[in-house]
Design a protein around this ligand. Sequence first.
Ligand SMILES: [Zn+2]
Length: 148
Amino acid sequence: MEIRLNDWILEVDFDRTSKFYNDMDDEIQCDCLSCQNYRLYLKKNNGVRSFFQQLGIDPFKDGDYTSYGVPENGRLLYLGVYHIVGVIVSGPTVITDMWSNVNLTKVEDFNIGFSYELRCVDPDFPEPIIQLEFEANLPWLLDKEWAE
Ligand SMILES: [Zn+2]
């Protein structure tokens, strides 16, 4: 299935991607406050959730993401990656050093790009692999105060 997102045209194997996420354990979820806040945001944001789901990603599983710094003006910065079975038909394939120069895909509070640079990829993830990278400045939604 071909998906066009700003600078990228991706050929995504939706079935193999979603099968990988479906087969994953739920129990690897981190319980720290930052991660709880991240998941609560996803629960409340259909737009972001359906963006990930159209690619076959279950954003509640597997993602390697982490928050940076402390909340500012009620928002906390998250950076992370998810993986997709597929190939980049056209568009940048390396974005680490040019993050601010690529035409990122904006989905609500998320800025998203794609590359072949892989990190934190599950050794069982089916090839070929595209890495989805994101930064997201998310509102703090938990009743509890942020704490490290
Ligand atoms: Zn965590």
